[in-house]
Design a protein around this ligand. Sequence first.
Ligand code: ADP
Length: 360
Amino acid sequence: GVSRRGTRGNFVPPVRSNGSGAGNMTSRIAGKSDDVLDDSTKRCLEILCGPDGELPEKLRNLEPRLIEHVSNEIMDRDPNVRWNDIAGLEHAKKCVTEMVIWPLLRPDIFQGCRSPGRGLLLFGPPGTGKTMIGKAIAGEAKATFFYISASSLTSKWIGEGEKLVRALFGVASCRQPAVIFVDEIDSLLSQRKSDGEHESSRRLKTQFLIEMEGFDSGSEQILLIGATNRPQELDEAARRRLTKRLYIPLPSPEARAWIVRNLLDKDGLFKLSKEEIDTICNLTQGYSGSDMKNLVKDASMGPLREALRRGIEITKLRKEDMRPVILQDFEDALQEVRPSVSSNELGSYDEWNKQFGSLA
Ligand code: ADP
Protein backbone atom coordinates (compact mmCIF):
# COMPACT_ATOMS: atom_id res chain seq x y z
CA GLY A 1 0.00 0.00 0.00
CA VAL A 2 0.98 3.59 -0.43
CA SER A 3 1.59 5.42 2.82
CA ARG A 4 -0.50 8.52 3.41
CA ARG A 5 -0.32 11.59 5.56
CA GLY A 6 -3.11 12.51 7.90
CA THR A 7 -4.49 16.02 7.91
CA ARG A 8 -2.27 16.87 10.87
CA GLY A 9 0.77 15.74 8.97
CA ASN A 10 1.33 12.65 11.09
CA PHE A 11 2.05 9.33 9.46
CA VAL A 12 -1.03 7.19 9.02
CA PRO A 13 -0.45 3.56 8.16
CA PRO A 14 -2.60 2.23 5.34
CA VAL A 15 -5.78 0.50 6.43
CA ARG A 16 -5.77 -3.25 6.06
CA SER A 17 -8.49 -4.39 3.73
CA ASN A 18 -9.43 -7.62 5.55
CA GLY A 19 -11.65 -5.75 7.96
CA SER A 20 -9.90 -6.71 11.19
CA GLY A 21 -8.06 -3.43 11.73
CA ALA A 22 -9.29 -0.66 13.95
CA GLY A 23 -9.21 1.68 10.97
CA ASN A 24 -12.65 0.46 9.99
CA MET A 25 -14.22 1.09 13.31
CA THR A 26 -12.89 4.58 13.72
CA SER A 27 -14.32 5.61 10.41
CA ARG A 28 -17.81 4.92 11.75
CA ILE A 29 -17.62 7.42 14.54
CA ALA A 30 -19.40 10.66 14.09
CA GLY A 31 -18.73 10.49 10.40
CA LYS A 32 -14.99 10.96 10.82
CA SER A 33 -12.59 9.19 8.54
CA ASP A 34 -9.45 7.81 10.17
CA ASP A 35 -7.31 10.48 8.60
CA VAL A 36 -8.48 13.11 11.05
CA LEU A 37 -7.94 11.02 14.19
CA ASP A 38 -4.53 11.17 15.71
CA ASP A 39 -2.78 8.09 17.03
CA SER A 40 -3.57 8.62 20.70
CA THR A 41 -7.28 8.93 19.94
CA LYS A 42 -7.15 5.79 17.82
CA ARG A 43 -5.39 3.83 20.53
CA CYS A 44 -7.95 4.97 23.02
CA LEU A 45 -10.84 3.87 20.77
CA GLU A 46 -9.23 0.54 20.01
CA ILE A 47 -9.18 -0.37 23.69
CA LEU A 48 -12.92 0.17 23.85
CA CYS A 49 -13.65 -2.09 20.90
CA GLY A 50 -15.32 -5.42 21.44
CA PRO A 51 -13.73 -8.74 20.50
CA ASP A 52 -15.13 -8.27 16.99
CA GLY A 53 -13.05 -5.12 16.58
CA GLU A 54 -16.18 -2.99 16.47
CA LEU A 55 -16.84 0.00 18.65
CA PRO A 56 -19.87 -0.62 20.93
CA GLU A 57 -23.14 0.82 19.72
CA LYS A 58 -23.28 3.42 22.50
CA LEU A 59 -20.04 5.04 21.49
CA ARG A 60 -20.51 5.22 17.75
CA ASN A 61 -22.22 8.57 17.57
CA LEU A 62 -19.98 10.29 20.07
CA GLU A 63 -17.13 12.59 19.25
CA PRO A 64 -13.79 10.81 19.52
CA ARG A 65 -12.16 13.68 21.39
CA LEU A 66 -14.80 13.43 24.14
CA ILE A 67 -14.32 9.68 24.40
CA GLU A 68 -10.62 10.30 24.63
CA HIS A 69 -11.08 12.90 27.35
CA VAL A 70 -13.20 10.47 29.37
CA SER A 71 -10.65 7.68 28.96
CA ASN A 72 -7.62 9.79 29.77
CA GLU A 73 -8.80 12.36 32.29
CA ILE A 74 -11.94 11.09 33.94
CA MET A 75 -11.20 7.38 34.10
CA ASP A 76 -8.78 6.53 36.86
CA ARG A 77 -6.84 3.40 36.05
CA ASP A 78 -5.46 3.00 39.55
CA PRO A 79 -7.64 4.49 42.30
CA ASN A 80 -5.13 3.24 44.86
CA VAL A 81 -7.23 3.68 48.03
CA ARG A 82 -8.17 0.75 50.27
CA TRP A 83 -10.51 0.61 53.25
CA ASN A 84 -7.52 0.53 55.57
CA ASP A 85 -6.40 3.96 54.41
CA ILE A 86 -9.61 5.54 55.67
CA ALA A 87 -9.78 6.50 59.34
CA GLY A 88 -12.97 5.82 61.29
CA LEU A 89 -16.30 5.81 59.42
CA GLU A 90 -16.80 2.17 60.42
CA HIS A 91 -20.53 2.45 60.01
CA ALA A 92 -20.31 3.94 56.52
CA LYS A 93 -17.81 1.30 55.46
CA LYS A 94 -20.05 -1.49 56.65
CA CYS A 95 -23.09 -0.08 54.85
CA VAL A 96 -21.20 0.52 51.66
CA THR A 97 -19.75 -2.99 51.68
CA GLU A 98 -23.18 -4.51 51.91
CA MET A 99 -25.04 -2.11 49.62
CA VAL A 100 -22.47 -1.63 46.95
CA ILE A 101 -19.43 -3.87 46.99
CA TRP A 102 -21.13 -7.22 47.40
CA PRO A 103 -23.61 -6.49 44.59
CA LEU A 104 -20.75 -5.50 42.28
CA LEU A 105 -18.81 -8.64 43.16
CA ARG A 106 -21.81 -11.00 43.03
CA PRO A 107 -24.43 -9.64 40.64
CA ASP A 108 -25.88 -13.15 40.36
CA ILE A 109 -26.94 -13.14 44.02
CA PHE A 110 -28.10 -9.55 44.14
CA GLN A 111 -31.11 -9.88 41.88
CA GLY A 112 -34.84 -9.50 42.34
CA CYS A 113 -35.62 -8.44 45.90
CA ARG A 114 -31.92 -8.07 46.56
CA SER A 115 -31.23 -5.90 43.54
CA PRO A 116 -29.23 -2.93 44.74
CA GLY A 117 -29.90 0.75 44.24
CA ARG A 118 -27.70 2.23 41.55
CA GLY A 119 -27.29 5.61 43.17
CA LEU A 120 -25.45 6.42 46.40
CA LEU A 121 -25.14 9.86 47.96
CA LEU A 122 -22.29 10.69 50.32
CA PHE A 123 -22.94 13.95 52.11
CA GLY A 124 -21.24 15.88 54.86
CA PRO A 125 -18.63 18.56 55.42
CA PRO A 126 -15.72 18.90 52.97
CA GLY A 127 -12.53 16.94 53.53
CA THR A 128 -14.04 14.01 55.42
CA GLY A 129 -13.16 11.18 53.06
CA LYS A 130 -16.05 11.05 50.60
CA THR A 131 -13.77 10.87 47.59
CA MET A 132 -11.60 8.33 49.37
CA ILE A 133 -14.64 6.13 49.93
CA GLY A 134 -15.53 6.36 46.25
CA LYS A 135 -12.06 5.26 45.23
CA ALA A 136 -11.98 2.52 47.83
CA ILE A 137 -15.28 1.15 46.54
CA ALA A 138 -13.85 0.92 43.04
CA GLY A 139 -10.70 -0.73 44.41
CA GLU A 140 -12.49 -3.25 46.62
CA ALA A 141 -15.05 -4.14 43.96
CA LYS A 142 -12.40 -4.30 41.22
CA ALA A 143 -14.39 -1.75 39.28
CA THR A 144 -13.26 0.99 36.92
CA PHE A 145 -13.38 4.35 38.64
CA PHE A 146 -14.58 7.52 36.91
CA TYR A 147 -14.22 10.85 38.69
CA ILE A 148 -15.83 14.05 37.53
CA SER A 149 -16.53 17.28 39.31
CA ALA A 150 -20.02 18.44 38.39
CA SER A 151 -19.01 22.06 38.51
CA SER A 152 -16.49 21.45 35.72
CA LEU A 153 -19.38 20.31 33.51
CA THR A 154 -20.98 23.70 33.81
CA SER A 155 -17.85 25.83 33.94
CA LYS A 156 -15.22 24.17 31.78
CA TRP A 157 -17.46 22.35 29.33
CA ILE A 158 -19.90 25.12 28.63
CA GLY A 159 -22.38 23.96 26.04
CA GLU A 160 -20.71 20.56 25.76
CA GLY A 161 -21.59 19.15 29.15
CA GLU A 162 -24.42 17.08 27.74
CA LYS A 163 -22.18 15.43 25.18
CA LEU A 164 -19.53 14.77 27.77
CA VAL A 165 -22.09 13.16 30.07
CA ARG A 166 -23.14 10.86 27.25
CA ALA A 167 -19.52 9.96 26.58
CA LEU A 168 -18.94 9.34 30.28
CA PHE A 169 -21.84 6.93 30.68
CA GLY A 170 -21.03 5.36 27.31
CA VAL A 171 -17.43 4.58 28.21
CA ALA A 172 -18.48 3.41 31.70
CA SER A 173 -20.85 0.89 30.17
CA CYS A 174 -17.94 -0.54 28.15
CA ARG A 175 -15.85 -0.77 31.29
CA GLN A 176 -18.15 -2.59 33.67
CA PRO A 177 -18.26 -2.99 36.56
CA ALA A 178 -17.87 0.74 36.88
CA VAL A 179 -18.18 3.37 39.58
CA ILE A 180 -18.96 6.91 38.45
CA PHE A 181 -18.12 9.43 41.16
CA VAL A 182 -19.70 12.85 40.70
CA ASP A 183 -18.25 15.40 43.07
CA GLU A 184 -20.31 18.49 43.99
CA ILE A 185 -23.35 16.79 42.54
CA ASP A 186 -25.51 19.57 43.98
CA SER A 187 -24.26 21.94 41.28
CA LEU A 188 -25.70 19.58 38.67
CA LEU A 189 -28.91 18.49 40.35
CA SER A 190 -29.82 21.49 42.43
CA GLN A 191 -33.34 22.71 42.94
CA ARG A 192 -32.43 26.35 42.72
CA LYS A 193 -32.67 28.58 39.66
CA SER A 194 -35.66 26.64 38.34
CA ASP A 195 -37.16 29.83 36.92
CA GLY A 196 -34.26 31.76 35.52
CA GLU A 197 -32.34 28.56 34.96
CA HIS A 198 -30.26 28.58 31.84
CA GLU A 199 -31.56 26.41 29.08
CA SER A 200 -28.20 24.63 28.78
CA SER A 201 -27.91 23.69 32.45
CA ARG A 202 -31.48 22.41 32.42
CA ARG A 203 -30.65 20.23 29.41
CA LEU A 204 -27.52 19.00 31.14
CA LYS A 205 -29.49 17.99 34.20
CA THR A 206 -32.11 16.23 32.08
CA GLN A 207 -29.45 14.33 30.15
CA PHE A 208 -27.84 13.25 33.38
CA LEU A 209 -31.09 11.97 34.84
CA ILE A 210 -31.87 10.12 31.60
CA GLU A 211 -28.50 8.37 31.70
CA MET A 212 -29.14 7.38 35.29
CA GLU A 213 -32.55 5.95 34.45
CA GLY A 214 -30.87 4.01 31.66
CA PHE A 215 -28.68 1.90 33.85
CA ASP A 216 -31.10 1.82 36.73
CA SER A 217 -33.52 -0.46 34.96
CA GLY A 218 -31.08 -2.57 33.00
CA SER A 219 -28.65 -5.25 34.00
CA GLU A 220 -25.73 -2.88 33.82
CA GLN A 221 -23.12 -3.00 36.53
CA ILE A 222 -22.69 0.70 37.02
CA LEU A 223 -22.90 2.52 40.32
CA LEU A 224 -23.27 6.26 40.54
CA ILE A 225 -21.90 7.96 43.64
CA GLY A 226 -22.72 11.59 44.20
CA ALA A 227 -20.86 13.62 46.81
CA THR A 228 -21.94 16.93 48.23
CA ASN A 229 -21.42 19.31 51.13
CA ARG A 230 -24.74 20.93 50.34
CA PRO A 231 -27.34 18.16 50.42
CA GLN A 232 -30.09 20.71 51.12
CA GLU A 233 -29.76 21.90 47.53
CA LEU A 234 -30.73 18.57 45.97
CA ASP A 235 -34.22 18.40 44.63
CA GLU A 236 -36.74 15.63 44.91
CA ALA A 237 -35.82 14.04 41.56
CA ALA A 238 -32.19 13.84 42.63
CA ARG A 239 -33.05 12.34 46.00
CA ARG A 240 -35.27 9.75 44.35
CA ARG A 241 -32.41 8.51 42.18
CA LEU A 242 -29.83 8.55 44.94
CA THR A 243 -31.60 5.92 46.97
CA LYS A 244 -28.96 5.44 49.64
CA ARG A 245 -27.77 8.55 51.42
CA LEU A 246 -24.92 8.22 53.87
CA TYR A 247 -23.77 10.92 56.22
CA ILE A 248 -19.97 11.19 56.29
CA PRO A 249 -19.30 13.22 59.44
CA LEU A 250 -16.17 14.85 60.83
CA PRO A 251 -13.64 12.36 62.21
CA SER A 252 -13.97 11.18 65.82
CA PRO A 253 -11.06 11.80 68.22
CA GLU A 254 -9.88 8.22 67.59
CA ALA A 255 -9.99 8.76 63.85
CA ARG A 256 -8.02 11.99 64.20
CA ALA A 257 -5.38 10.17 66.25
CA TRP A 258 -5.24 7.48 63.62
CA ILE A 259 -4.66 9.98 60.83
CA VAL A 260 -1.78 11.63 62.74
CA ARG A 261 -0.15 8.31 63.56
CA ASN A 262 -0.63 6.89 60.08
CA LEU A 263 0.84 9.88 58.24
CA LEU A 264 3.85 10.23 60.54
CA ASP A 265 4.45 6.48 60.60
CA LYS A 266 4.65 6.37 56.82
CA ASP A 267 7.68 8.67 56.99
CA GLY A 268 9.13 6.98 60.08
CA LEU A 269 8.57 10.16 62.08
CA PHE A 270 6.15 8.90 64.70
CA LYS A 271 7.60 9.24 68.21
CA LEU A 272 4.71 10.70 70.20
CA SER A 273 3.46 9.19 73.47
CA LYS A 274 -0.12 8.17 74.15
CA GLU A 275 -0.62 11.29 76.30
CA GLU A 276 0.72 13.58 73.61
CA ILE A 277 -1.58 12.08 71.01
CA ASP A 278 -4.49 12.55 73.41
CA THR A 279 -3.53 16.19 73.80
CA ILE A 280 -3.50 16.65 70.03
CA CYS A 281 -6.95 15.05 69.81
CA ASN A 282 -8.32 17.40 72.45
CA LEU A 283 -6.95 20.40 70.64
CA THR A 284 -8.36 19.42 67.24
CA GLN A 285 -12.05 19.17 67.92
CA GLY A 286 -13.94 20.15 64.77
CA TYR A 287 -11.02 19.45 62.43
CA SER A 288 -11.83 17.48 59.27
CA GLY A 289 -9.66 14.67 57.93
CA SER A 290 -8.14 17.01 55.41
CA ASP A 291 -7.52 19.65 58.13
CA MET A 292 -5.69 16.94 60.10
CA LYS A 293 -3.57 16.11 57.11
CA ASN A 294 -2.64 19.77 56.69
CA LEU A 295 -1.86 19.98 60.40
CA VAL A 296 0.50 17.00 60.21
CA LYS A 297 2.18 18.49 57.17
CA ASP A 298 2.76 21.76 58.95
CA ALA A 299 3.93 20.07 62.17
CA SER A 300 6.39 17.93 60.26
CA MET A 301 8.10 21.12 59.09
CA GLY A 302 8.97 21.94 62.72
CA PRO A 303 12.15 19.84 62.99
CA LEU A 304 13.35 21.17 59.65
CA ARG A 305 12.77 24.80 60.59
CA GLU A 306 14.56 24.28 63.90
CA ALA A 307 17.62 22.71 62.26
CA LEU A 308 17.83 25.67 59.90
CA ARG A 309 17.54 28.06 62.85
CA ARG A 310 20.58 26.36 64.37
CA GLY A 311 22.47 27.55 61.31
CA ILE A 312 22.63 24.40 59.21
CA GLU A 313 22.32 25.18 55.53
CA ILE A 314 19.48 23.51 53.65
CA THR A 315 21.89 22.08 51.07
CA LYS A 316 24.08 20.54 53.80
CA LEU A 317 21.24 19.31 56.00
CA ARG A 318 21.29 15.59 56.72
CA LYS A 319 18.25 13.64 57.93
CA GLU A 320 20.10 12.89 61.18
CA ASP A 321 20.32 16.60 61.92
CA MET A 322 16.56 16.72 62.43
CA ARG A 323 14.85 15.71 65.67
CA PRO A 324 11.55 13.77 65.56
CA VAL A 325 8.23 15.62 65.40
CA ILE A 326 7.15 16.63 68.91
CA LEU A 327 4.02 17.95 70.58
CA GLN A 328 5.28 21.53 70.40
CA ASP A 329 5.37 21.24 66.58
CA PHE A 330 1.67 20.43 66.65
CA GLU A 331 0.94 23.28 69.04
CA ASP A 332 2.70 25.65 66.65
CA ALA A 333 0.92 24.18 63.63
CA LEU A 334 -2.45 24.64 65.34
CA GLN A 335 -1.89 28.38 65.09
CA GLU A 336 -1.52 28.08 61.32
CA VAL A 337 -4.07 25.43 60.43
CA ARG A 338 -7.59 26.24 61.58
CA PRO A 339 -10.66 24.02 61.22
CA SER A 340 -12.43 24.63 57.92
CA VAL A 341 -15.96 23.68 58.99
CA SER A 342 -18.04 25.82 61.32
CA SER A 343 -20.26 24.32 64.00
CA ASN A 344 -23.50 25.82 62.69
CA GLU A 345 -22.86 24.14 59.33
CA LEU A 346 -22.72 20.83 61.19
CA GLY A 347 -26.20 21.31 62.60
CA SER A 348 -27.69 21.52 59.12
CA TYR A 349 -26.10 18.18 58.12
CA ASP A 350 -27.60 16.50 61.17
CA GLU A 351 -30.98 17.88 60.30
CA TRP A 352 -30.85 16.77 56.67
CA ASN A 353 -29.59 13.38 57.80
CA LYS A 354 -32.56 12.94 60.13
CA GLN A 355 -34.97 13.79 57.35
CA PHE A 356 -33.43 12.09 54.31
CA GLY A 357 -30.40 10.04 55.40
CA SER A 358 -30.23 6.25 55.26
CA LEU A 359 -29.71 4.72 58.69
CA ALA A 360 -29.79 8.08 60.41
P1 ADP B 1 -14.09 14.90 50.56
O1 ADP B 1 -14.98 14.42 51.66
O2 ADP B 1 -14.14 16.39 50.40
O3 ADP B 1 -14.28 14.14 49.28
P2 ADP B 1 -11.48 13.66 50.47
O4 ADP B 1 -11.89 12.25 50.47
O5 ADP B 1 -11.07 14.23 49.15
O6 ADP B 1 -12.63 14.61 51.09
O7 ADP B 1 -10.31 13.88 51.54
C1 ADP B 1 -9.28 14.82 51.35
C2 ADP B 1 -8.03 14.35 52.04
O8 ADP B 1 -8.19 14.43 53.46
C3 ADP B 1 -7.71 12.90 51.75
O9 ADP B 1 -6.87 12.78 50.63
C4 ADP B 1 -7.04 12.44 53.03
O10 ADP B 1 -5.67 12.76 53.01
C5 ADP B 1 -7.68 13.28 54.11
N1 ADP B 1 -8.80 12.57 54.76
C6 ADP B 1 -10.07 13.01 54.82
N2 ADP B 1 -10.85 12.15 55.50
C7 ADP B 1 -10.05 11.13 55.88
C8 ADP B 1 -10.26 9.91 56.61
N3 ADP B 1 -11.47 9.58 57.11
N4 ADP B 1 -9.20 9.09 56.79
C9 ADP B 1 -7.99 9.41 56.33
N5 ADP B 1 -7.72 10.53 55.64
C10 ADP B 1 -8.73 11.40 55.42
